[in-house]
Design a protein around this ligand. Sequence first.
Ligand code: B12
Ligand code: SF4
Length: 475
Amino acid sequence: MKDHPKILLAYPSCFRYSEPVDSLDMKTALLWLASYLRQYYPVEYVDYELEIGRPATNTQIRRYERIVRNDLTSREFDILGLSCWTSLSYHSTLAVARLCREMYPDKLIVVGGYHPTAKPEEFITDDGLFDYVVYGEGEHAMIDIIERFAERGRPGKTELIKDTPLKREEFIPYNWDLVAPIIEKHASNGVDCLYLFLSRGCPFRCSFCMEPLKDENWRALSPADAVDQIMTAAGRFKIRSVGIADACFGVRPSWRHEFLRQMVEAQPPFWLIFETRPEYITDEDIELITRLKAEVQFGVESGSHRMLQLMHKSRTPQKYLDAFVRISRELSDRGIIHRGNLLFNHPGETRETLEETFAFIDSCLGPEHSTLIWVPHSYMHFPGCEVYHERERFEKNYGTNFDCGDWWLGDQDQYVASMSLAPSSSLDGEDRELCWRMMESRMEKMKQVLSPEAFLFAANKYYPYWQDDYRYQNA
Ligand code: B12
Ligand code: SF4
């Protein structure tokens, strides 16, 4: 066996996923994994989503397979690492693994990401496509797998490996050389938003999120290294905004404060986007954020106490909502753009909880010159989270109808299918859409209360149809 096996890390794209591909949607987790392995082994990185797109029909899938086959022929590798990052990539991951196995029976095939962490058994196939299925983070597991392969070759049957999470001192800088040609090819006019991870781990356990399956210990680059990572990327590529993609940004107040202080010192010309919790933000943070071009996002999710508790967003919902209202007012007073994320139709949602949420939203639509932009999403049913594991409880207590089933195994539109459920018996049939009707009826008021800057920001980024508005035309 080879001492230095060559590794090809591939993001396989998503089949039958109707959302458009952003001009450059960097797979930052895979890049970080590739950067780690590159310290020791030759590594190549390929993103079939950027190269080929998201095939939606059988004909497009056949075309995709032809291109992947050619691409695999043109590369030299011993180990194929496939990133089935979300469940949306389940079919495409199987397709690439199958092509590779047909073409090269001796190569090692490894899969990792969120879907294998949630449903590892779905990668144990009759034809033994995968040699290893990695659960959790990927760095230590991949090193272990590569060493085993160098010594013993392929294992006799599919093996499941649970990774030991990377320690804070093992975090290494992103290796931009691995993706520079991709960025130059797909974003020659500049990158709208480059997502970077500065930390790992999240101490919370939201019901709709599968992050709790991973290590909850919050580990971060030092504030100086974090700023350095951001400024290095921005120095190398034309970047309009940097999005901090951390599961839970800035958990430790001293870290957050020092990071923001050093960001201010670095005087970035681009937007900085990060999500945080209202209870985290201090007056000192606000003082620093005022000196940056920043969009601060909050996963408010609901204005209903019952839903906030059901989601494990907060044990003290009134305090949580009060903290949001107070911080939002302060941010508006300072002209800082901030976004309130809403999650509609989480299992257990009823007419009453929607009414509570909209009463809360209405109470925040108070003064003019607000910089709070509400951005709603529908609950998407993904495996691995508490709701997925406790479907029966929701069916019994609220009459939730999960007619989406295990949608990623089927071949319907994956985006639509993941949202196909009635959150409770009071929101079935046409009322599954009630949240959107309630949202639409507030849109005019939402527009009116925004400051001119926040209005333009929202029209450009979140509500393109607002661009027909006279305020946009006259801006
Ligand atoms: C950041 C993030 C995003 C960013 C991504 C930014 C980027 N460019 O990378 C954005 C906002 C774009 C995004 C979008 C979406 N996201 Co998201 N996102 C997250 C988040 C917060 C990441 C957590 C994190 O900190 N990762 C840190 C890195 C270092 O760890 P990692 O990602 O796990 O990567 C490691 C392992 O996965 C593993 N690994 C990965 N690939 C491979 C390959 C091999 C071979 C191996 C061995 C290992 C391996 O090794 C990596 C390094 O250790 C999570 C959790 C959450 N709170 O929402 C959701 C999460 C991943 N997202 C999720 C979803 C559903 C989505 C969307 C569908 C949402 C939507 N409404 O459209 C889209 C889909 C995007 C797509 N095209 O696939 C789900 C996935 C659930 C599932 N079962 O599949 C999660 C888990 C949230 C949830 N609901 O539970 N997301
Ligand atoms: S949604 Fe965010 S805060 Fe909640 S568990 Fe997931 S990563 Fe943590």
